[in-house]
Write a protein that binds this ligand. Structure first.
Ligand code: VGL
Ligand code: ZN
Length: 210
């Protein structure tokens, strides 16, 4: 049972979005091709979905500016521009993403007091989204991830998949990811490889099907 997990391919992380990732929209055609021709049995998409007063927003911390470190509930927290606020265009999936093949959408980041980079659990690792149980119940044996951003939500989703679904083969499709900060992207790939996550390209994945 092969599953493709699309991480946060939303307007907010693409050009023109509130937390635009350089070249973020470049993942859209690759993701569409993977969905159509990658031989997946199940396609899941995560969606960053914040209340307007989310505590990860610099706007909620008097005097703070976006991309400064702050604290949230006693934990170090990167303070972000307001982004992916629920029910706004910024939070919608990219308009060119083929939604027709997405079987399940996992929203995250709804609790204003904790950030949730991972599609599986909050950053404090206390509250689970339920996605690990969902994938286990579906009998997923291979999980391929891609999307935005490599150094945040892709990284922590892949690491949690590895940790929470130990019998699943977890891979990240590099050319279908884009990151915020080049140093962070490098660190993310190092951490993922060290955890036993396979790093592949869409060419490899599509060739497996051919
Ligand atoms: C993300 C920062 C804040 C992401 C989400 O999708 O990588 N990054 N919220
Ligand atoms: Zn967010």
């Amino acid at each position: 049972m092969k599953c493709l997990l699309l991480i946060d391919i939303q307007n907010g992380f693409c050009t023109g979005g509130n937390l635009a990732v350089p070249d973020g929209e470049a993942v859209v055609p690759v993701a569409n091709r993977l969905m159509a021709e990658g031989g997946y049995d199940l396609i899941v998409a995560s969606q960053d979905w914040h209340p307007a007063d989310h505590g990860s927003f610099a706007s909620q911390h008097p005097g703070a500016k976006p991309f400064e470190m702050g604290t949230l509930n006693g934990r170090p927290q990167m303070l972000w521009p307001d982004h992916c606020v629920e029910e706004t265009v910024d939070a919608e999936f990219h308009p060119q993403l083929d939604k027709s093949r997405i079987g399940f959408v996992q929203r995250k980041g709804m609790d204003p007091d904790v950030d949730s980079y991972s599609a599986f659990r909050d950053n404090d690792q206390l509250a689970l989204t339920g996605l690990a149980d969902y994938l286990a119940a579906k009998g997923v044996t291979r999980l391929d991830l891609c999307g935005l951003a490599t150094d945040y939500c892709v990284r922590f989703s892949a690491l949690d998949a590895r940790a929470m679904l130990p019998s699943v083969n977890v891979r990240v499709i590099e050319d279908a990811c884009r990151g915020i900060d080049p140093t962070g992207v490098e660190a993310a790939y190092d951490a993922m490889a060290a955890a036993g996550i396979g790093l592949v390209t869409s060419t490899t994945v599509l060739a497996e099907e051919a």
